[in-house]
Design a protein around this ligand. Structure first.
Ligand SMILES: Cc1cc2nc3c(=O)[nH]c(=O)nc-3n(C[C@H](O)[C@H](O)[C@H](O)COP(=O)(O)OP(=O)(O)OC[C@H]3O[C@@H](n4cnc5c(N)ncnc54)[C@H](O)[C@@H]3O)c2cc1C
Length: 615
């Protein structure tokens, strides 16, 4: 049955109710609705009208950021150590969630990282099991390219670790440029090799990323197209959109647990209470809104709840804590004018020409993503040995200070255990600490646009395992208000030092042969910052430009309760009999990849855990 109106929706007896129709929510809902005799309802706050060119066209990725119809347009709280700036924190809104507005890159974390999730106390959540579910979610289409091209652009040679019959398409981008290959060559001169099989558990090195694009239509493959559209006619999968869930409704059970029986939601200004859920309520609102909804429902730190006059139903201090995301700063350089880049789209008549080519033949720059080249490096590539050892020593000391100053006592053991892994990985040449991502042209960045006729290359540079921990809590008891998102940038100064070092490395990298032969001029940071040799100017650049790479995790962490966890390994919220969280918020720490593939895997696995309980 397709989309319903409120009156119809609330009259259908539901076994499962999923809140949030993003990557995880649509996946778990679609999989549960495979069970005959089970009815699944899903409520999404945004729209179901997702068939718009800025969403579907791969070459237009990024263009829906800050569009309030499809992006919640959250801002962080002012960040004291980043010039007091509130920093944009985009989150997708609509059936498909952030997979409607994401950049479609698909890559994987390392085996050690995913195995560490299990070692933190989550039996069964490891590389082997998550690889199985990543494969289950994906339909990989191998490219038709020569062995020489495959080698040059580090395309995979081992297809056995890629899924072939899942619902989310995974393909290589069509436009692979000389600049990208030259970046890979330049990294090789610095000892960072191409790694065509970077999705196999050792993710260090240069690779062309896959992207979630349907090669037959040259359109975005999202949670909507993959998990909703093919199943929309199932009579036991019902969806209500434009409805914002504001609270979970509980009844106490005889054994002292809380049982989620339904939710309250607001649609078109009307508040409705839906009860009678026969099995589970599943929260899938994402890393920012799942903790918000838990707190609105009385689950969280009693001190936080009391500030908003919310009665504590379950004392769970980990709710909303442990926020982690990749942190980045942009860099752009002008390159030689003969090079192929997408800057041509800024020239008179060219955008229309390429749009025509895209619609007519599904070819050209708009048919493919413009950010194909990733290089993932260890600390060893950024520092000399003595510098690295000095930074690691500082990271250790500052992490202790951070623990003392900023960590809630109930979360201390979890943060300590995560730190043990992080400190070990910093010393490991095979563990990724930074990403250098090549956008084939001048990435549109507020305040800096390409000059027609010139050619550019962008290196987005990000640190992968930040040491700081932020939080997301209620900003107000108004359930429709945005939550207070505090990434706590640079509260651990070792993060600042590392991002600064990455920036210095990158500015030198642009001038290193063979890339140096293509380089013309610094654009971002501008020459007066990039070339001044003034350390303070570079520091100011980092403070002024730091932002997220849109992979926040950790705010409803799957960890033992005594470590401040929010959900157990079956993704049930502690203290409840049937409230689960299935989304990016359950990942206990940040991993060194873009997050959609692992979120799909989390939801695929969650569906199997829940199905096994019924069986
Ligand atoms: C701009 C951007 C670029 C990105 N680029 C990449 C990339 O290139 N590669 C990659 O791997 N990952 C990328 N990501 C990350 C990836 O998209 C996310 O990790 C993934 O979508 C998270 O899935 P989720 O289910 O946790 O949350 P979402 O996909 O964000 O879904 C949450 C859904 O819940 C809904 N919701 C929230 N609260 C409520 C409520 N109270 N009531 C009803 N509905 C509610 C929201 O509207 C949303 O639809 C990007 C993300 C963004 C924002």
């Amino acid at each position: 049955m397709p989309l319903l109106e409120t009156a119809e929706f609330i009259n259908i007896p539901l076994d499962y109710l999923v809140v949030g129709g993003g990557a995880a929510g649509l996946t778990v809902a679609a999989r549960l609705s495979e069970l005959p005799g089970v009815t699944v309802g899903l409520i999404e706050a945004g729209t179901h009208e997702t068939n718009v060119p800025q969403i579907t066209t791969p070459g237009m990725i990024g263009s829906m950021i800050a569009n309030p119809t499809y992006d919640w347009t959250f801002f962080s709280t002012p960040q004291p150590l980043a010039n007091n700036r509130p920093v944009l924190q985009p989150r997708g809104k609509g059936l498909g969630g952030s997979t409607l507005i994401n950049f479609t890159g698909v890559n994987r974390a390392s085996k050690e990282e995913l195995d560490a999730i299990e070692q933190l106390g989550n039996k069964g959540w490891n590389w082997d099991s998550l690889l199985h579910y990543m494969k289950k979610s994906e339909k990989t289409v191998p490219p038709d390219v020569s062995a020489e091209t495959a080698q040059k652009f580090a395309l995979t040679t081992d297809w056995s670790t890629h899924g072939s019959d899942g619902p989310v398409f995974k393909v290589y981008p069509k436009v692979l440029t000389e600049v990208q290959a030259t970046i890979f060559d330049t990294f090789e001169t610095l000892g960072v090799q191409r790694n065509p099989n970077a999705n196999n558990g050792v993710n260090i090195g240069s690779l062309t990323t896959f992207s979630s694009v349907d090669p037959h239509t040259a359109t975005r493959s999202s949670a909507y197209t993959a998990y909703y559209a093919p199943n929309a006619e199932r009579p036991n999968f019902v969806v209500l959109t434009g409805a914002h869930v504001t609270k979970v409704v509980f009844e106490p059970t005889a054994d002292g647990l809380q049982r989620a029986v339904g939710v309250e939601f607001v649609k078109d200004g009307t508040i409705t209470t839906l009860t009678g859920i026969r099995r589970d309520v599943i929260l899938a609102g994402g890393t920012f809104q799942t903790p918000q909804l838990l707190e609105l429902s009385g689950i969280g730190n009693p001190d936080v709840l009391a500030k908003h006059n919310i009665k504590t139903v379950i004392d769970l201090p980990g709710v909303g804590e442990n926020l982690q995301d990749h942190m980045y700063v942009p860099t752009v350089s002008e390159v030689q004018p003969h090079l192929e880049t997408i800057d041509i789209l800024w020239e008179e008549g060219q955008f229309a020409k390429y749009m025509g080519l895209y619609y007519a033949e599904k070819e050209g720059y708009l048919s493919t993503i413009p950010a194909p080249g990733f290089t993932l490096v260890p600390l060893h590539s950024l520092f000399t040995d003595s510098e690295r050892e000095a930074w690691q020593a500082r990271a250790k000391v500052e992490s202790q200070v951070f623990l003392e100053k900023h960590t809630h006592p109930a979360l201390r053991s979890a943060v300590e255990k995560q730190l043990d892994f992080q400190l070990k990985w910093f010393a490991d040449r095979n563990q990724v600490q930074a990403e250098v991502l090549n956008f084939i042209g001048h990435q549109p960045i507020p305040g800096s646009t390409p000059v027609p006729g010139k050619r550019y290359t962008t290196l987005i540079i990000a640190i992968m395992h930040p040491l700081t921990r932020g939080s997301v809590h209620l900003a107000s008891s108004d359930p429709l208000a945005a939550p207070a998102i505090d990434p706590n940038y640079f509260a651990n100064p070792a993060d600042f030092d590392l991002l600064l070092q990455l920036l210095k490395f990158t500015l030198k990298f642009y001038r290193t042969a063979p890339l140096g032969e293509l380089f013309k001029a610094n654009v971002l940071p501008p020459p007066e910052v990039a070339e001044s040799g003034d350390e303070e100017a570079l520091k100011e650049w980092v403070r002024q430009w730091v932002g997220p790479v849109y992979h926040p995790v950790g705010t409803a962490a799957m960890l033992p309760r005594e470590d401040g966890g929010v959900v157990d390994p079956s993704l049930k919220v502690y203290g409840t009999s049937n409230l689960r969280v299935v989304d990016a918020s359950i990942l206990p720490f940040e991993i060194s990849c873009h997050s959609q593939t692992v979120v799909y895997a989390v939801a695929e696995k969650a569906a199997d855990i829940i199905k096994a309980e019924i069986a």
